[in-house]
Ligand binder design. Structure first.
Ligand SMILES: *[C@@H]1O[C@H](CO)[C@@H](O)[C@H](O)[C@H]1NC(C)=O
Ligand SMILES: *[C@@H]1O[C@H](CO)[C@@H](O)[C@H](O)[C@H]1NC(C)=O
Ligand SMILES: *[C@@H]1O[C@H](CO)[C@@H](O)[C@H](O)[C@H]1NC(C)=O
Ligand SMILES: *[C@@H]1O[C@H](CO)[C@@H](O)[C@H](O)[C@H]1NC(C)=O
Length: 322
């Protein structure tokens, strides 16, 4: 179903462009705005699709937009619910710098004090390369935060259980634009994939959580084998490696990165016990990052090749290429 503009599309389904509830009620159907005229949200605007029995939701096609599709004013609310959102290509020169956002070129704020929520939305990026770019920026090992279902990257698909994403800033406003910290959309039960279905490996990043040594081993190996970039694992409980079953080092190959994260809350500290296994993780020429973990069971070096090794106590659990 094509409409000359997004405003007309919404009006045809029960919402004045600036306010109200638009229900796009045909699961699987494609609702498309042809022009690239933005909708100014001045009040509360809810755009809701429906999820069919097959799990396919109503599709809202915004691919015609070359600039913001929704501009949300101060005090106003935009909610997108139970929709598949087809996104236009990422701008080549991204306005948000290096910050990962699939939305900043589609939804923008005019001033601070607006609220944007996406719940049950499946964002479809225009190309595999856009998804790759987004995921690579999202998965910076140094900035990754410990978590469980809040944010995961599984088989190339980004899954937000409950997170935030940077929005764009509209330059049309007369008042100063909002600072980046307040220009965030809340994402609940929202995923990001790309046109043509989930991307094939190798993926730009993989991230999830593990609760035991067995899970750590199997998840890390599976993810490392299909991922070109970082593999980021949060440890949700104390993990103790078993010398009998660990069976050789977990290998992080050239160009790969493995990040293991513990809970930063002081009373929820997570222990990673290497059980004295030397070379439990072998970073041939990849990188291993351990954050907010209490490391136990650190092995003594099997061979002391240089005086440096006598002091680098913890390093013997993780062998690096030399
Ligand atoms: C969205 O879908 C979920 C699950 O199918 C349903 O529980 C919820 O009521 C829907 N929300 C809206 C606003 O339609
Ligand atoms: C999402 O997380 C925030 C805090 O991080 C919390 O206040 C909010 O209730 C959560 N929402 C859902 C739907 O889980
Ligand atoms: C998220 O999705 C799950 C399962 O699909 C559902 O049980 C839950 O109610 C949803 N949460 C929200 C806030 O829509
Ligand atoms: C890990 O073990 C320590 C010491 O037994 C305990 O205090 C802590 O609560 C445990 N952490 C978790 C996340 O279970």
């Amino acid at each position: 179903m094509s409409f000359t503009s997004l405003a007309e599309l919404l009006a045809a389904h029960g919402a004045a462009a600036s306010a109200g509830v638009a229900v796009l009620s045909a699961p699987g159907a494609l609702y498309r705005a042809i022009s690239s005229d933005a909708v100014y949200v001045k009040n509360t605007l809810v755009v809701s699709g429906l999820i069919g029995e097959d799990g396919i939701s109503t599709r809202l096609d915004l691919t015609a937009f070359t600039d913001l599709a929704f501009i949300v004013q101060a005090g106003a609310t935009l909610e997108l619910r139970n929709l598949t959102l087809l996104l236009p290509p990422l701008p080549t020169k991204t306005t948000t710098g290096s910050t990962a956002s699939a939305l900043a070129h589609v939804i923008g704020l005019e001033e601070s004090g607006a609220r944007v929520l996406l719940a049950g939305v499946n964002m479809v990026m225009a190309t595999q390369s856009d998804l790759f770019t987004l995921t690579r920026t999202l998965c910076t090992p140094e900035d990754w935060r410990y978590g469980t279902k809040e944010l995961q990257v599984l088989r190339g698909v980004v899954l937000y259980g409950n997170g935030t994403m940077l929005l764009g800033l509209s330059s049309d406003g007369s008042s100063p634009p909002p600072d980046a910290a307040s220009a965030l959309a809340i994402l609940v039960n929202t995923s990001i994939t790309c046109e043509g279905g989930p991307p094939p490996p190798p993926w730009a990043c993989s991230a999830t959580y593990v609760a035991s040594a067995d899970m750590l081993r199997s998840t890390a190996e599976e993810m490392l084998s299909g991922t070109a970039g970082p593999v980021l694992l949060s440890l949700t409980g104390n993990v103790t490696l078993q010398p009998d079953s660990w069976d050789g080092g977990l290998v992080v190959r050239k160009g790969q990165q493995l990040g293991l994260y513990g809970n930063p809350e002081p009373l929820r500290a997570v222990q990673l016990d290497f059980a004295g296994i030397a070379g439990a993780i072998v970073a041939e020429s990849g990188r291993v990052l351990l954050r907010q973990l209490v490391l136990l069971g650190l092995p003594y070096p099997p061979n002391v090749d240089s005086p440096k090794e006598l002091f680098a106590v913890w390093v013997h659990a993780v062998f690096t290429g030399r």
